[in-house]
Design a protein around this ligand. Structure first.
Ligand SMILES: Nc1ncnc2c1ncn2[C@@H]1O[C@H](COP(=O)(O)OP(=O)(O)OP(=O)(O)O)[C@@H](O)[C@H]1O
Ligand SMILES: [Mg+2]
Length: 459
């Protein structure tokens, strides 16, 4: 349920959500701020009113004199406008006052404590009053009441409240408008990016967003998307090239098979001639079969379908096994195939794939070495197993070295073809090494020989 509400909120355009949050936050801040000011102002106005009352009370006291032994209020007493007084004798009878008579009578003089401001309500008005006891030479207390209407403090408060009630909603409306405008401006490049990105499809990946951008978040987004398009473009081109190369490779043997078949079908042949034609066809299909097998490995490695089947295995055994398999091929070419297993090393690896890796390297070494020797070395190098295949062959010119792990890359096309090579072996080796968390590198000198190094992390 909650999840669904959040999902719903996610449908609302970002600029609306940003504005809503912003206005909500502003409302809370303004509300809190206004309440603080209101309470403070109310307190200080009440305090002010009390201070006026106290000073008026003192004024009344200082203007007292005595007549016939009784306290008497100076007839010329002058108080602030809006200050009322009532002078009571010891029995609570009003001696003199400037209040309307009924109001003066209503004041609860008996209930009031002396010298302490208090609030008294009469119909229509609230009063702030102060009762000042007057003692003359031990006589019974006369009392003076001073009073001011509380409106004095309440009117400014009411005006403040009115102001707050108008100003806050107005501010919020203006802020919402401004916020929406700003959010729209800030987010409009994103709409623009989305619209441009939508127009780029798999067939025109060489296009870029190409939007002018600064060094801000939007700029980073544009740059990141353009970089992603670069990578996609390169990957697509590689894939296209791969398909084109593969088709091209398959055309030659197909043409050979077809021409053989047509030649045979044209007229009667001797059994020997049939046999020869069938042998050519068999060789070509074998060659195609090898190619298709390698293509399949690479195609699967691309969509990471080809999972490794890791198991603990002894690299020394693996090297010895591969070397034994290639002894015959090396001997046929008059080459010496040696192994140097310096350390016994075990790793978690896919036996089939690692065998394939080493076989590809040894096969290459034998293929591209007219005379001399091929050495396979296994040793530990830090936390890695280091496998080297070294030959004394033709070597690889420096300008080709960066490319030889690319698919279908052959240094000397004619020669590799003659040797039955597709240019896929090293691409497969590279994938196998990386799938094991390792890497493969090459060093070579033309005319002196080549060394391939494979590093695989130990368990
Ligand atoms: N040991 C080596 N000495 C000299 N050149 C080499 C050596 N190993 C590889 N190369 C060069 O690198 C190219 C790529 O090697 P790779 O193993 O990928 O292809 P290939 O051997 O031609 O064909 P494939 O292995 O697919 O049958 C080769 O064509 C060859 O030119
Ligand atoms: Mg090869």
């Amino acid at each position: 349920m909650r999840h669904r509400i959040w999902a719903r909120l996610g449908d609302i355009p970002l600029r609306w959500r940003l504005t809503a949050w912003y206005v909500l936050l502003l409302a809370v801040i303004l509300g809190g701020f206004s309440a603080f000011i209101y309470v403070n102002m109310s307190l200080s106005l009440k305090k002010g009113l009390d201070a006026v009352l106290l000073s008026q009370g003192e004024q009344v006291l200082s203007s007292m004199d005595t007549e016939n032994g009784r306290p008497r209020l100076d007839p010329n007493l002058s108080l602030l406008p809006g200050t009322y007084f009532a002078f009571y004798d010891a029995n609570g009878k009003i001696v003199s006052t400037n209040l309307p008579a009924d109001l003066a009578a209503r004041m609860p003089v008996a209930d009031l404590a002396g010298n302490q401001p208090a609030t008294v309500e009469t119909p229509g008005t609230e009063w702030r009053v102060l009762l000042v006891p007057v003692r003359e030479q031990g006589q019974q207390a006369y009392r003076v009441l001073v009073a001011r209407s509380e409106e004095e403090a309440e009117n400014p408060l009411d005006r403040l409240l009115l102001f707050i009630l108008i100003a806050i909603p107005l501010t919020l409306v203006l802020a919402a408008g401004g916020g929406l405008f700003l959010a729209r401006r800030a987010l409009s490049p994103i709409d623009h990016i989305a619209a441009k990105a939508r127009r780029i499809s798999a067939t025109d990946l060489q296009r870029r967003l190409d939007l002018p951008h600064g060094n801000d978040e939007v700029g980073h987004l544009v740059a990141t998307l353009d970089e992603m398009l670069d990578r996609l473009d390169r990957a697509f081109q590689r894939q296209r090239q791969f398909t084109a190369d593969a088709s091209h490779e398959l055309r030659t043997p197909l043409a050979v098979i077809r021409s053989q078949a047509e030649a045979v079908l044209q007229r009667q042949h001797s059994p020997g001639e049939y046999r020869q034609a069938l042998e050519v066809i068999r060789d070509q299909t074998e060659w195609m079969g090898n190619l298709v097998a390698k293509l399949l490995i690479l195609a699967r490695s691309d969509d990471s379908q080809e999972q490794l089947e890791r198991e603990p295995l002894d690299l020394g055994d693996l090297v010895a096994g591969v070397a034994a398999e290639f002894q015959g091929m090396a001997a046929d070419k008059g080459l010496l195939l040696k192994t140097r297993i310096k350390d016994q090393l075990r790793i978690q690896g896919d036996q089939t794939r690692l065998t394939q890796l080493l076989a590809n390297l040894v096969e290459n070494a034998i293929k591209y070495t007219p005379a001399g020797e091929v050495t396979i070395t296994l040793e530990r190098s830090g936390r890695e197993a280091l496998l080297q295949v070294q030959d004394t062959g033709v070597g690889i010119p420096a300008e080709h070295l960066p490319h030889i792990f690319e698919r279908f890359y052959r240094v000397d096309k004619a020669r590799s073809r003659a040797e039955g090579g597709f240019g896929l072996g090293l691409a497969i080796c590279d994938w196998i090494a990386r799938a094991h968390g390792g890497r493969i590198t090459v060093a070579s000198t033309v005319g002196r020989g080549t060394t391939f190094k494979v590093r695989l992390p130990l368990e």
